[in-house]
Design a binder for this molecule. Structure first.
Ligand code: T46
Length: 136
């Protein structure tokens, strides 16, 4: 993936032994912020598109724990698509990035780690308003 401001891909260390694998996530260690909320998206119906918004300040890391999905990222100038298909990959998304989640596989579990509690007024859900915000 070429660079986009406020977007990063993390590769987490897998702690493996003869029993299998484990990934440990810690705030200010491999998660670059204080963790205030975790939610997960699962049982997504076929051909559903989620997201379609940006955040004014919120920072999040998306980890696909099972199955796969793709995230389309848009900074108002260019778009990138990132496929998440293994639990050792974290997609960091900071402020002012329009995101859509698509192509959920059957059994996909998408975990999201956030630096703030849920706040509906923190969302930008209008694409034209998003474009105006990022062009300021
Ligand atoms: C994001 C992407 C990756 C809550 O009550 N608490 C929560 O913490 C969240 C995230 C949602 N909700 C409620 C609000 C809606 O009534 O759950 C419902 C579905 O939320 P939404 O349509 O915003 O879900 P997505 O999948 O479109 O977006 C979510 C996050 O909202 C968003 O911040 O970046 O996942």
């Amino acid at each position: 993936m070429t660079k986009m401001e406020n977007v990063k891909l993390f590769k987490f260390n897998i702690i493996g032994d003869s029993r299998g694998s484990l990934v440990s996530l810690e705030q200010f260690n491999n998660i670059p912020f204080e963790i205030r909320r975790i939610y997960y998206i699962f049982d997504t119906k076929r051909n559903v598109e989620r997201g379609n918004h940006a955040h004014k300040k919120l920072e999040q890391v998306l980890v696909c724990l099972s199955g796969s999905c793709s995230v389309i990222l848009d900074n108002g100038i260019e778009k990138k698509e990132v496929k998440l298909d293994y639990p050792d990959i974290g997609l960091y998304i900071g402020k002012n990035i329009w995101r859509s989640m698509v192509n959920f596989s059957q059994g996909c579990v998408l975990m999201v780690i956030a630096n703030e509690k849920y706040n509906p007024s923190e969302y930008i859900r209008d694409y034209d308003l998003f474009l105006k915000t990022v062009k300021k």
